[in-house]
Design a protein around this ligand. Structure first.
Ligand SMILES: [Zn+2]
Length: 268
């Protein structure tokens, strides 16, 4: 282990954990995570992964910081209003931990760049705010055989999932993907967005912190993966529920006879 004195000090509370230790911390420093969206969920995910010493953090977002973002998007501050979110987030991350190499991708993830974007990373964390992107990222991660930790949030409710359907379990099967649960995106306008229905800022922190925890578990291969489960958090009743999810053999992406073999269905 070639930690500097400063690193031993910075990561002391991780190194103390038997599940992490010096080896795990070194692994985190050598890891690459792509965070999609530097918004409500992406902010806490980025801040905790940066503080944890995940050595390379990619951030994809094509938006600029708006005043109405600051109620929940804690990677940004009042003086970054009007600035690209990836730049504002990169500055915050640099201030937290100079060990982290931030790669800002100031673009929107789409069918033309998704596979290229995710190909350089070990684990993908999706904090996007719309169904089109969530389905695209699910498909791209499955096709590229990348572990995806996804979260969604609305009002006082949050959901967190881990998908790695391309990975074979110990019993020879595999976990579900997002399309095993929701085969198609819902019709436009059927489910309100946070901009339409609101969201409690701290709920983003709750879901994003869980997402960051699951990303670190996947990077280190520790604990029980959330793959095969849906974690539901109801903030108003302070209730957490973990629901078992099964892969769908008829899933168009990860099933026995997949009809989705590229990202063409996301074009047009
Ligand atoms: Zn599936």
């Amino acid at each position: 282990m070639d930690f500097t004195e400063t690193q031993i000090n910075r990561y002391a509370r991780h190194i103390l954990l038997p599940e992490v230790g010096g080896t795990g911390q070194q692994k985190l420093l050598n890891s690459r995570v792509l965070v999609i969206g530097a918004g409500g969920l992406g902010s806490p995910v980025l801040l905790y992964l940066a503080a944890a010493g995940v050595g390379t953090l990619g951030v994809v977002d094509d938006d600029v910081v708006d005043l109405s973002n600051l109620q929940r998007q804690i990677a940004h501050s009042t003086d970054s209003v009007g600035e690209p979110k990836v730049e504002s987030a990169a500055r915050t991350i640099a201030a937290i931990n100079p060990d982290v190499d931030v790669i800002p991708h100031n673009e929107r993830i789409g069918p033309d760049n998704a596979l290229k974007l995710i190909s350089n990373y070990d684990v993908i964390a999706d904090g996007s705010d719309n169904f089109a992107t969530r389905f695209l990222v699910n498909d791209a991660c499955h096709l590229a055989k990348k572990t995806l930790v996804s979260a969604a949030i609305l009002r006082f409710d949050a959901q967190v999932y881990t998908f790695k359907a391309s990975e074979t379990d110990t019993d020879g099967g595999h976990g579900p993907c997002y399309r095993c649960i929701f085969p198609e995106p819902p019709p436009e306008g059927q489910i309100p967005t946070c901009a339409e229905a609101g969201v409690l800022g701290a709920m983003c922190g709750m879901a994003g912190s869980i997402q960051a925890t699951e990303v670190i578990k996947e990077l280190l291969g520790i604990g029980e993966s959330l793959s095969g489960s849906l974690l539901l958090c109801d903030g108003l009743s302070a209730t957490f529920r973990k629901i078992a999810l099964r892969p769908d053999p008829a899933c168009p992406l990860c099933g026995e006879n997949p009809s989705i073999t590229d990202l063409e269905n996301h074009k047009g």
